[in-house]
Design a protein around this ligand. Structure first.
Ligand SMILES: Nc1ncnc2c1ncn2[C@@H]1O[C@H](COP(=O)(O)OP(=O)(O)OP(=O)(O)O)[C@@H](O)[C@H]1O
Ligand SMILES: [Mg+2]
Length: 311
């Protein structure tokens, strides 16, 4: 068995929005799916804890929950939205009834008329015009942006404490993306909710997140408050990600890229996973993994070179 996510440690504070960023295949979705036990059948969590701090002060380890217990928490404690809403929505059911199902499954509203009213209120809250009419719309009748709003409504109707948004805007144009990001922020504020936003887009991170974790090949390479990470990136991988963002006013003929491509790991590698693409050519990096070291307030980096050589 090959580990695809290794020893990562994430903290999502109450009402905070945390970003998980990294190139395709680095393990962002696997990390998220492990939280509410929706990993594909060939993958499993083999160790570690996922600690959920209840309002009562008790702590619940999500890794120990059985199928029924975790289903009971999905929608009311943790809700998830995905990149392509068409694959998550049922094409055979009108959108209103799909959202209403969440209220019925979790027995959040027994009165059928009131449940419908609540769905219409939620459709209105996520910016769907004429929500009474749209209640009966089929998913294919809506634009991509509207479908994503429906997904957000479905996620929010159970008043979850944590929203996991896995690439929620990748399939959208930039204007719709900006509207959806604004909506996620508004929902987090209004519903006093925390969020984990998964993306490979640094623009999304800068607009939405308070704190960022940068992932590469299943490891956290750097973590810092968003402003600090953008101002003072330390890891060569983070620097590469940030310098490959196109900016108006920069030389338009030349865009920085990170050299090489993500290696396919057939077996566990002793050294730093990024060393094959790194400009710092240090022998130690090939043989020894660096520990996450503190380089500033709430700023950590996993690199032998960045932030000074380790003792
Ligand atoms: N269906 C699958 N079959 C085999 N391996 C898989 C599958 N899905 C994920 N993996 C493995 O898990 C690793 C992490 O995948 P994951 O989907 O978490 O990446 P990601 O960071 O979410 O990428 P993306 O940005 O493309 O969504 C992959 O590199 C791959 O090795
Ligand atoms: Mg993914």
């Amino acid at each position: 068995m090959m580990p695809v996510v290794k020893g990562i440690s994430l903290e999502i504070p109450r009402r905070g929005i945390v970003g998980l960023v990294g190139e395709s295949g680095c393990g962002k979705s696997m990390t998220a799916k492990s939280i509410n036990h929706i990993l594909p059948s060939f993958a499993k969590v083999t160790g570690g804890n996922m600690l959920w701090h209840e309002d009562s002060g008790e702590v619940c380890d999500f890794t120990l929950l059985n199928e029924k217990e975790i289903r009971g928490r999905c929608g009311t404690d943790v809700a998830m939205i995905f990149q392509e809403p068409m694959t998550s929505l049922n094409p055979m059911m009108c959108i209103g009834d799909q959202i209403k199902e969440v209220l019925q499954i979790h027995k959040l509203e027994k009165n059928a008329d009131r449940a419908k009213e609540r769905v219409i209120e939620m459709l209105d809250a996520v910016g769907i015009a004429e929500p009474e009419l749209r209640y009966k719309a089929w998913p294919h009748e809506l634009s991509g942006g509207m479908r994503q709003r429906v997904m957000i409504a479905m996620a929010m109707i159970g008043s979850p404490k944590l929203l996991i948004a896995d690439e929620p805007t990748t399939a959208l144009d930039v204007t719709t993306e900006a509207q959806i990001l604004k909506l996620i922020r508004k929902m987090c504020d209004e519903y006093k909710m925390s969020a984990m936003v998964i993306t490979h887009n640094m623009g999304v991170v800068s607009t939405l997140c308070d704190y960022v974790y940068v992932m590469y090949l299943g490891n956290i390479m750097e973590q810092a408050p968003t402003k600090e990470l953008f101002k003072n990136p330390m890891h060569p991988y983070t620097k590469g990600l940030l310098s490959s963002i196109p900016r108006i006013g920069n030389n338009p003929e030349y865009l920085e890229t990170i050299p090489g491509s993500i290696p396919v790991m057939k077996k566990q590698f002793k050294g730093c996973e990024f060393c094959l693409r790194c400009s710092d050519d240090i022998q130690k990096c090939f043989f020894e993994k660096a520990e996450l070291k503190k380089v500033g307030p709430d700023h950590y980096v996993r690199c032998h070179v960045a932030g000074g050589e380790e003792e």
